[in-house]
Design a protein around this ligand. Structure first.
Ligand code: SF4
Length: 90
């Protein structure tokens, strides 16, 4: 989840429920792909992001937003990799 994506998530629901999101300030870690990154590096980065989601105090609020996200959203959300708004099995 990128910083703009977190702002979008905040726009979708009550912002007080997002206070303390573990991804705040860690935007690139949650992106779907980074330029020049190997597949192995991407998997390791996504595993780290998923780990932060697992410990995130707003995981349930974030998970509840998945059905409301615009279809173009990508990256790690609530511990899942989204590819154009759908959960990817990558
Ligand atoms: S569950 Fe993950 S993507 Fe959602 S707010 Fe928390 S750290 Fe960010």
């Amino acid at each position: 989840m990128t910083a703009p994506a977190l702002a979008l998530l905040a726009a979708l629901g009550p912002t007080d429920g997002l206070a303390g999101a573990a991804c705040t300030g860690r935007a690139p870690m949650f992106d779907a792909d980074l330029d020049g990154e190997t597949g192995e590096d991407r998997e390791a980065r996504h595993d780290g992001a998923r780990g932060l989601c697992g410990d995130c105090r707003v995981l349930e609020v974030c998970r509840a937003s998945l059905d409301s996200l615009p279809p173009q959203m990508t990256g790690i959300w609530a511990g899942r990799l989204l590819d154009e708004g759908k959960v990817s099995h990558r």
